[in-house]
Ligand binder design. Sequence first.
Ligand code: GTP
Ligand code: MG
Length: 447
Amino acid sequence: MGLYRSGKTVFLTSLINHLQNHRPDRFLLGKNARLVFAEELQPSLFERFPYSQHRDRLVTGEAWPEKTRGVYEYACRYYRSDWHFSRGELSMLDFPGERMADLMMVNATFDQWSDLMLSILRDHSEYHEPATPYLKLMDSAAVTETDLLDAYKRLLVQCFFQYRPVISPSAILISPAGDWHGEALKQGGQALNQCFCGLDADSQFVPLSAELRERYPGMRHRFSANYRNYRHKIALPLATWMRGCDALVVLIDVTTLLAGGEGMYQGNRELLRNLIDLLKPGHGYFGLTINTMRDILDPLGGLTRLTRHKLWPAILRWKNISKIAFVATKADKVHESDRDRLRELTRDMTVPIIAKREFQAAQLDVGYFACAAVSSTRSASGHQLQAYREPGTDAECYTPSHVPDNWPQTWSHGQFRFPNVRPWIPRLRDSAPDHIELDRVADFLMR
Ligand SMILES: Nc1nc2c(ncn2[C@@H]2O[C@H](COP(=O)(O)OP(=O)(O)OP(=O)(O)O)[C@@H](O)[C@H]2O)c(=O)[nH]1
Ligand SMILES: [Mg+2]
């Protein structure tokens, strides 16, 4: 998982390219194991991930993949030279990063979601400025549904302009049918009239304070019903899939967080904290910790306890997220001498979020990586990077910012610069791109 533009689609495309055409000298797995790709499998729940389309666009258009607008799954079967009696099956998901904000709906009723959204808007300084008109409107003597919808839409659009990630319902940016409104919103004009806070124009909802919920029970009732439909259609399928995963890869674009300023960092971290709380990595169904599971399943007397245990049907279906990889993406946008720092910043940002879970669940493996799925620069002397231009022309040279040792106490938008570059990828489809540490991430996940 990762926010919009964090690099999910590029990550998956490059990973699939390497798995389908594995070369141990370029993609190290285990102790030099060879992976043999057997076949692509039918996705279980979502549409098929358009791998070839993304791979071709990288080469022929020399352009990065288009923004993802739907939920896509890629599944395959493979063999490994260091496994003699088994084969592996891998299933991975790609989705629009904007949908991450809706995952907060998963365990919440409309009232609870309202309280959570309003507490983020009130208590987190990075939302104060865009949220003030909406919060003031809720405190006024009389409000109408239209006024609230209008003000909340404007608040979400301001958050989008200021790169704040908690924009929910995300349908305001990507409709349930997959129409991306971001570009039109940037142009201004009438675009906002075509964007809805819900499944469609007649099914909208916005968070209501406890006081408004009491004062306007009709409004609360309508919004609750619209919220439930939205949650069911948009948030639940994604969350259910994620909760059934063995491993979670959290992509964090540290270069963009540095370039975007401290508000962007804080917003991202808060959202990540909420999502980790929701997915409860290291816990099985019903929130049992792995320690409890192990105790119940202990071979000395565990079986007796298991048969007596009320939850045994659930335990037999037990699945949980037992690995998390926190991955700083686009590591090729920083000079090679700075890449360890990129990994350390990712660690500093996420350790406080995951530490409690690691402590409670003895079998939660956490890894930290600085990775580029399609490494598109070459580091040169004098802290310079060479970026790919066109075949036959000289590579362009530029100097990116230095990555700091620690997250600064305060920093502003534009203080750090890590320019975007074009993808540098072999034209031959079965030749996978250069990468940085993508194999380490894969090895961690597929071990
Ligand atoms: N230099 C470099 N840039 C990358 C890499 N991966 C992603 N990018 C840049 O990041 C942008 C976004 O990458 P995507 O993979 O489309 O991001 P996403 O997380 O799928 O975004 P959404 O579909 O909006 O959720 C790309 O258009 C590139 O500009 C990488 O490995 N190296
Ligand atoms: Mg994408």
